[in-house]
Design a protein around this ligand. Structure first.
Ligand SMILES: Nc1ncnc2c1ncn2[C@@H]1O[C@H](COP(=O)(O)OP(=O)(O)OP(=O)(O)O)[C@@H](O)[C@H]1O
Ligand SMILES: [Mg+2]
Length: 397
């Protein structure tokens, strides 16, 4: 039976994954062209929760069945990120691990021997080669030879393609949660250009980048803007929310127990804006087999705001008081920097760092030279906190 996935699960099964036929076909066709030596790089953008990760995983599954090697690299899975030691080395290490994992997954078990040979001929001095389950695995690289090693890992995908041309139709590297790369700080631009220098030489390997970046994220400019590392060489594809009709059909097919009146459904669409993340969470929380009119949808939306806005409330409670205050000035209007400073009765210079941090977290965005809060659920949650408690949930001083 079809069902609504829970909002935090992006590894959807066929009964849960809905629609996206056109996106899948478009992206798949582009990727397939890597077989003929024109490997495209793709940047997937779109509102948070719109389904970028779910789509990448779906495409990965489809391609696995067609003998492609798809390496899915989730930067947030890096141990170094979890322990706050994120660096260029840790990214390279993660890429390497994921390539090897995927080779095993698709049954290319001779890869380790080949890599061993490659390492010898390329003089990559690894610390040691350990034996895991009978396979020699290069392990524990040292900082001293990081540079050589990084080059080796970056060249590995095309090398594998050339070596396994007969077994695999193409190699794709999917980077998800790529926004984490911002943690490289001053090293970011340099690292992006470094990646580009390899990627542009690889004729049969395609790269897809995505993550929790809104369409206006500064990282997108760094990657795909005219002066960005991949500017002019990367195709940006925006994944759109479900349309009104798609949302309606989706719920009819996957959640027939939701009994909306016409107005009730309009209100539901208005509350979720067609974003699958909100559709699924809200759809799972709404009472079943009862009449849902506009008022009851609204009532339930308010009731469940703390759950719907959970990601954002978690971020909110980690902000400084000044960052929180900036956000509340932007609840009803967009303002430029001096407008915000004026409202907070501080100088423009005093809020620069907070603005940058909020922008990096995706909590605020620039629109027509003004800052605004892009996420409507976050806004609704904050406003509701104020309405019900009489104060914003500021950090206590
Ligand atoms: N095609 C789909 N069909 C049904 N549900 C979907 C689909 N795509 C996404 N979802 C639902 O939306 C949720 C969010 O999707 P996903 O994590 O892929 O979004 P995202 O765009 O990667 O978000 P973020 O920007 O936060 O990384 C999923 O957990 C799933 O419940
Ligand atoms: Mg995602």
């Amino acid at each position: 039976m079809n069902e609504l996935a829970w909002g935090t699960n992006n590894d959807l099964n066929d009964n849960q994954f809905y629609n996206r036929f056109e996106d899948i076909e478009f992206i798949s066709n582009l990727l397939k062209s890597s077989r003929y030596g024109t490997s495209p790089s793709i940047l997937l953008t779109g509102f948070r929760g719109v389904g970028k990760s779910a789509l990448m995983k779906k495409i990965q599954k489809n391609f696995r069945d067609e003998n492609y090697l798809i390496v899915y690299i989730d930067l947030s899975a890096s141990n170094a990120y979890q322990t706050d030691e994120f660096s260029r080395e840790s990214i390279i290490e993660l890429i390497y691990d994921q390539i090897i994992n995927e080779c095993r997954e698709v049954g290319i078990t001779t890869v380790d021997n080949k890599i061993e040979k490659y390492i010898k001929t390329h003089d990559v001095a690894l610390k040691e080669i350990v034996n895991i389950n009978g396979y020699p695995v290069p392990f524990l690289w040292t900082k001293r030879n990081y540079k050589k090693l990084a080059n080796f890992v970056m060249e590995l995908p095309q090398y594998l393609y050339d070596e396994y041309d007969e077994n695999i139709n193409g190699i794709f590297l999917f980077f998800d949660e790529f926004q984490i790369i911002k943690e490289l700080g001053d090293d970011l631009t340099d690292f992006l250009w470094y990646m580009r220098s390899f990627i542009q030489k690889q004729n049969n390997v395609s790269y897809v980048f995505s993550g929790s970046m809104s369409v206006k994220d500064s990282l997108i400019e760094e990657i795909a803007g005219s002066n960005g590392a991949f500017g002019g060489r990367i195709l940006t594809i925006e994944i759109k929310p479900f349309s009104y009709e798609t949302t309606k059909n989706y719920l009819n097919d996957n959640a027939e127990y939701l009994k909306f009146t016409k107005d009730g459904f309009d209100q539901f669409y208005n509350c979720t804006k067609g974003i699958p993340f909100y559709i699924n969470i809200f759809g799972n929380l709404l009472p079943r087999n009862v009449n849902l009119d506009s008022d009851s949808v609204k009532e339930n939306f308010i009731k469940f705001l703390p759950v719907l806005a959970m990601h954002f409330s978690n971020s909110w409670f980690r902000l400084s008081l000044q960052e929180q205050k900036i956000l509340t000035t932007l609840l009803d209007e967009s303002l430029n920097r001096s407008g915000i400073a004026k409202k907070l009765r501080v100088t423009s210079g005093a809020i620069g760092r907070s603005l940058n941090r909020l922008q990096d977290n995706g909590l605020i965005e620039m629109e027509n030279n003004n800052y605004c809060i892009p996420n409507f659920v976050f806004k609704a949650w904050l406003k509701n906190e104020y309405e019900t408690k009489g104060v914003y949930p500021y950090k206590s001083i």
